[in-house]
Design a protein. Sequence first.
Length: 204
Amino acid sequence: MPQTLTPAQAWQLLREGNERFVDGKSLHPNQDSARRSELVDTQNPVCVIFGCSDSRLAAEIIFDLGLGDAFVVRSAGHVIDEAVLGSLEYAVDPLNVPLIVILGHDSCGAVTASVNAYETGEMPQGFVRDLVERIMPSVLTAQRNGVTDVNGTVVEHAKQAGPRLIEMSQVIASAVQEGRAAVLSVCYHLAEGKAELVSKIGEI
């Protein structure tokens, strides 16, 4: 696998891996003992994947990647908080990943809870409430655009996350502005296994 990739090359690598996964032809690269030994003192991931914590959304599997290939950050509903921002900034600098992939998916439980809260006016208890509050701006935008279903709202939430990252992180904004990185919003379809690009910031 190339050690220095452009954002476009990194996305091509992920697209090809996902196509293999969809077709049932995964290669399972970089998963042997030699790769493990190679990574003891260093890492050079080709991307950072910021995705939902859902158990059906295993990033390395759906993009047919191996050890050291992806720096993965996950939270329910791919909700952005300070720990997520710090993790993403670490991937961009000092790890210099050329691609940030925001990964949403069909039937997301956190987005479902947020849509339900919007429709009923009843907020969930505990820290799930915090997730819903952070997702609610995406729900409101979707509703204004006439999108009321969960999967359509997932797409809107993934789209909204890109500009939010740029707005909240000067490190990420600078990397994109300088052409060192791109931010892609991608939605994963559970039945087909396909990862679909829904929006982008930067050149790929």
